[in-house]
Ligand binder design. Structure first.
Ligand SMILES: Nc1ncnc2c1ncn2[C@@H]1O[C@H](COP(=O)(O)O)[C@@H](OP(=O)(O)O)[C@H]1O
Ligand SMILES: [Mg+2]
Length: 432
């Protein structure tokens, strides 16, 4: 029976029925496409699929980001929209506390069991961030740098931290409410600090917190960063770095003295963030939602590249790094600064390369010192590996036990930089 128009009961022309068939086919393909997009969006690891499909094979197993359309990027960001927003605001609030301590002469410094310094700023920032995470994601595990044992044994120190935590509040009441408001009392604060004791690992959702990365820089008046990252099944999915002493302006040149006598006034204070597969962004620390995309600077002339390294010679081998720079033909002196500010600085193209060569063969890098920076650099078009060219492996516990050192550079030149690193290390081991 020929098709008939239900309104007129007249037979339809052949042309019309072919058109309607094509239209139906087109509509059903379109609905399949929409359904596929929605189901991808429902899977938080949509970015994982994208990275799997497009991952670079240029250097060992390291993954680097590829550019995606703005609509795909925003779909991916939506998958972790709440995590990103909470992380940004939690880091912003923690920096209000660290900035207060930064301006104090006495920073309540004590030595930890490994002899590294910790301040009332570290403890206070950790308590505030964990409070925000516990309020929003009570089932998530947390790996954080500090623990409260020393504070339980030192009520005076605990009191100093409590008064900071109690009095630190975001000016925006809605943002403060998002984080669950104030910590109720000193005991609750100590318990929160101790909630960062997860062993980490390859399964589930784990937040990695460094409440003040670069504590030595913080004490010296240099750069420091408040760092927060979400790992899901061992992969960094969200990374946020609050850098109170870096310029807000992404195009500000990286001056050689940026790591010395730093201040958090006059246009300083930047928040870097990234969601895996969604690109990297920067915003003023005072306005996290005013985020702009950032990307690494293409290195067309290696001799003009800027490389960043730690201030502390005990944290990375300055001599080896200088030799690598010489081999690459880099003529500028290194820019030394503390903390993951180095990752943020190269991600926005203020610098180009970050080298962290091991000083002690036995030292294992901590996941909280790298998780957020690693993602931000990769999402800005960089590649981050260890000295063997392996991607940083955040799935094996609280440390990067499978990695040695860090080599971060724009993806296009990472292979060249890695070769120089390996040549220098090989020459050194032959000479030993
Ligand atoms: N021997 C060592 N080698 C490499 N990193 C080390 C180290 N001793 C300490 N660190 C880490 O170096 C971090 C600072 O990095 P940078 O040198 O880039 O500023 C410290 O973080 P904290 O300041 O949070 O303790 C600490 O975890
Ligand atoms: Mg640190």
């Amino acid at each position: 029976m020929p098709n008939s128009d239900p309104a007129t009961h007249k037979p339809q022309s052949r042309h019309r029925s072919t058109t309607s068939l094509s239209l139906r086919l087109l509509l059903s393909s379109f609905s399949i496409l929409i359904l596929a997009l929605f189901s991808l969006r429902a899977i938080p690891r949509v970015a994982l699929l994208k990275n799997h499909l497009f991952s670079s094979s240029s250097s060992a197993s390291a993954s680097s980001s590829v550019s995606v359309s703005p609509s795909t990027a925003s779909t991916i960001i939506m998958s972790y929209a709440k995590e990103l927003r909470v992380a940004q605001v939690a880091v912003q609030r923690a920096t209000l506390l660290t900035k207060r301590v930064f301006h104090e002469k006495a920073k309540g410094t004590v030595d930890k069991s490994d002899k590294s310094p910790v301040t009332i700023g570290d403890f206070g920032a950790q308590a505030l961030i964990i409070a925000a995470l516990r309020h929003n994601f009570p089932d998530d595990a947390i790996v954080a740098e500090e623990e409260a044992a020393q504070l339980r044994a030192d009520p005076n120190l605990a009191d100093q931290i409590w008064s900071l935590v109690r009095d630190t509040r975001l000016p925006d009441p809605a943002a403060e409410e998002l984080l669950g408001g104030s910590v109720p009392n000193l005991d609750a604060m100590l318990d929160l600090i101790d909630r960062g004791n997860s062993p980490g690992g390859a399964h589930g959702r784990i937040w990695a917190i460094d409440p003040i990365d670069g504590t030595k820089g913080f004490l010296r008046g240099g750069q420091y960063a408040v760092c927060l990252a979400l790992l899901v099944d061992g992969q960094v999915q969200v990374g946020v770095l609050g850098c109170p002493n870096l310029p807000i302006d992404d195009s500000a040149p990286l001056s050689a003295d940026i790591g010395v006598d730093a201040s958090d006034e006059d246009g300083r204070g930047v928040l870097f963030s990234a969601v895996r597969g969604g690109g990297a962004h920067s915003a003023p620390l005072s306005a996290p939602t005013a985020a702009k995309p950032i990307s690494m600077r293409p290195v067309s002339d290696m001799t003009a590249a800027t490389f960043c390294e730690s201030v502390e010679a005990a944290h990375s081998a300055h001599g080896d790094q200088a030799e690598i720079a010489r081999r690459l033909g880099i003529s500028r002196p290194s820019v030394r600064m503390d903390s993951q500010s180095k990752y943020g600085s190269i991600a926005r193209g203020a610098g180009d390369i970050y080298l962290r060569l091991p000083v002690k063969a036995t030292y294992q890098e901590k996941i909280w010192d790298h998780a957020a920076g690693d993602l931000i650099v990769r999402e800005a078009g960089g590649q981050v590996t260890d000295v063997d060219g392996k991607a940083l492996d955040f799935s094996v516990g609280r440390t990067l036990a499978n990695n040695k050192g860090v080599v971060a550079a724009p993806a296009a030149v990472h292979g060249e930089v890695l070769k120089a690193v390996q040549d220098v290390l090989r020459q050194k081991s032959t000479a030993a």
